[in-house]
Design a protein around this ligand. Structure first.
Ligand code: SF4
Length: 83
């Protein structure tokens, strides 16, 4: 069993970690629709995260959240005010 290397610029969806991504997907699916960011906003937020030095293996080093969860929440905010 080999440990996965940390990846700068990777979202969980781009990494080979099905169990974490399944957990994130389920978390997002369980969010009430009224609390969920729309798809365009979600993708725009993640495109900013992809270029951010605080992204490491899908986690924001500034707040410790999985960015795919933070970006999916309508009222979610970037801790560095990038989105
Ligand atoms: S600081 Fe903001 S833009 Fe950067 S990874 Fe965290 S949430 Fe994304």
């Amino acid at each position: 069993m080999s440990a996965q290397k940390p990846c700068r610029r990777c979202l969980l969806s781009e990494m080979n970690d099905a169990s974490k991504m399944d957990m994130v997907k389920k978390w997002i699916e369980d969010l009430p629709k009224s609390d969920r960011a729309d798809e365009k906003v979600y993708e725009e937020r993640l495109s900013i995260c992809r270029l951010c030095d605080n992204l490491l293996s899908g986690t924001c080093l500034s707040c410790g959240c999985y960015v795919e969860i933070r970006a999916a929440i309508k009222k979610g905010r970037c801790p560095e005010k990038k989105w």
